[in-house]
Design a protein around this ligand. Sequence first.
Ligand code: ADE
Length: 224
Amino acid sequence: MRIDIITIFPDFFSGPFSHSILKRAQENNFVEIHIHDLRPYSTNKQKSVDDYQFGGGSGMVMNIQPIDDCISKLKSERDYDEIIYLTPDSQTLKQETCNKLSSAKNLVLLCGHYKGIDQRIREKLITMEISIGDYVLTGGELAAAVLTDSIVRLIPGAISDETSALSDSFQDNLLSHPIYTRPSEYKGWKVPEVLLSGNPKFIDKWREEKALERTKNIRPDLLK
Ligand code: ADE
């Protein structure tokens, strides 16, 4: 998979993508991540990428030209499965979308800033819009990092124990069951007996029940 990220803060991504699974996935060629600084694409002298809103109102709007030129250049080089704009005023990201996107070959992620981008980009160039939650961040970079992480960990081979990704919370619309490790007793706090029983049937049944109980209590909306 190849992911192209368009941003006005290219240095932002050196941190999130240089650790753990994301780092290894790149080293082992499961994913190539390319960061594109938007500013050099601007054709005006000041290299500005935003302007005032038509009709008035507070907040700047990102211009069409640099974004169009950057996306057009990328599209001239390869076909993209999706051109994704990260924005709070769109559909909230769900595990199902992460699963789907994890089988894509090429993706573009566009990070917004200020008030957002000119609507014409959304209508003419963007094929998918994603919000990572009902709150507003200072820009789309954190959202792009979250989306990239959630997709890359699902690429077969990117994490050593693939079954682990399949048993994540949300994979079957349930939160995950409680988990424990050694010691089996700490300060008198005990691990549930059934997990020490060695009986896979009992353990699976207990886990299913706990996952359902947790989901009912914390996220009943998932069961609807
Ligand atoms: N940009 C700002 N806030 C965002 C959010 N919640 N999701 C995606 N992109 C954003």
